[in-house]
Design a protein around this ligand. Structure first.
Ligand code: PSU
Ligand code: MN
Length: 297
């Protein structure tokens, strides 16, 4: 694992560090906007006084913290693959390059000693799960990895109630940040309740510290931070376009790792870019909150 000097120094000095994933850059956002977003997210972390650690695999080495040229490669190189945590060993052994999903990023971040990670929306249980058995590896990895993940819930293309049920079974704790509902990614609320609501970064930090002191299984803490009402996607538009996207995904027989990028891209095109703006608003909010939590720790 290669840590940049900046990340290593910050960790050694117990200064705040926030992990960022790279799949959203390589496969979740359109070019050329993806590169400027990647840079903007790092700037947001710095503006809050924390150090960003964007994580990716390049030429068989796991990088924690990326140089500018690395970010450019992740954003623009067509050969950059998508790696979940199960891909890490083959990728490192074979000298491959890829962006890391939530599962691979959380794994590497926790190994590096980073306690807080920001993303957009987690993967989860897909809507046609009973036929495809498609459930993101994010969930199980988060049940085995001690890290706080700030997200706007799980992607609304998924079966949200089933995902929440699975997280309960796996024993992963969930906090609603300033809301008593689980956030709905593009939407402020998924409509599903959460059991715990907190209102400040200090309150989240307190939960993290108590969880550490308690011991027990190494599991993640999910901090569900909703997009602001003014920035969410119009719920009626969301409902209509998502139905079409799911139909097309089924008709075209898209499966496996390609499903999530396909649906995100389809929604972006069919909402005239509005879903992209809501996605970015959610990610920015999560990165800001994660930085404040890291500072409070
Ligand atoms: N959040 C976003 N956009 C994304 C993702 C998250 O706003 O593209 C990525 C994350 O890397 C997550 C992945 O781990 O989508 C889930 O993919 P899958 O459903 O194939 O596990
Ligand atoms: Mn999947």
């Amino acid at each position: 694992m290669l840590l940049t000097e900046e990340v290593q120094e910050a960790l050694d000095a117990h200064r705040p560090v926030v992990a960022l994933e790279s799949t959203i850059i390589a496969h979740g956002l359109p070019r050329p906007r993806n590169l400027s977003v990647a840079e903007e997210l790092e700037e947001l972390v710095r503006a809050e006084g924390a150090v960003p650690a964007t994580i990716a695999v390049l030429d068989g080495r796991a990088h924690v913290g990326l140089e500018k040229s690395h970010l450019e490669r992740i954003a623009n190189d067509d050969t950059v693959r998508k790696f979940g945590h199960r891909d890490l060993a083959p990728a490192l052994a074979r000298g491959a390059s890829g962006a890391t999903t939530v599962s691979a990023t959380a794994f590497l971040a926790a190994r590096a000693g980073i306690k807080v990670f920001a993303t957009g929306g987690l993967g989860g249980v897909h809507r046609e799960w009973s036929e495809s058995q498609d459930e993101s590896a994010d969930l199980r990895l988060l049940a085995q990895t001690r890290i706080a993940v700030v997200c706007a819930g799980v992607k609304s293309i998924l079966d949200v109630p089933a995902t929440l049920q699975r997280l309960e079974t796996l024993g992963v704790a969930i906090l609603g940040y300033g809301i008593d509902r689980f956030p709905g990614f593009y939407l402020r609320s998924s409509g599903e309740p959460v059991d715990w609501t907190v209102n400040t970064p200090e309150e989240v930090a307190e939960v993290i510290l108590v969880k550490e002191a308690l011991g027990g299984p190494e599991s993640a803490l999910i901090v569900g931070n909703p997009v602001a009402e003014e920035e969410q996607l119009d719920p009626a538009l969301h409902e209509r376009v998502l139905g079409e996207a799911l139909d097309e995904c089924r008709e075209r027989g898209i499966s496996g790792q390609a499903v999530t990028p396909f649906l995100l891209d389809h929604l972006m095109r069919r909402t005239g870019g509005a879903s992209l703006e809501a996605n970015l608003a959610a990610v920015r909010g999560n990165v800001r909150l994660a930085s404040r939590i890291a500072a409070a720790l």
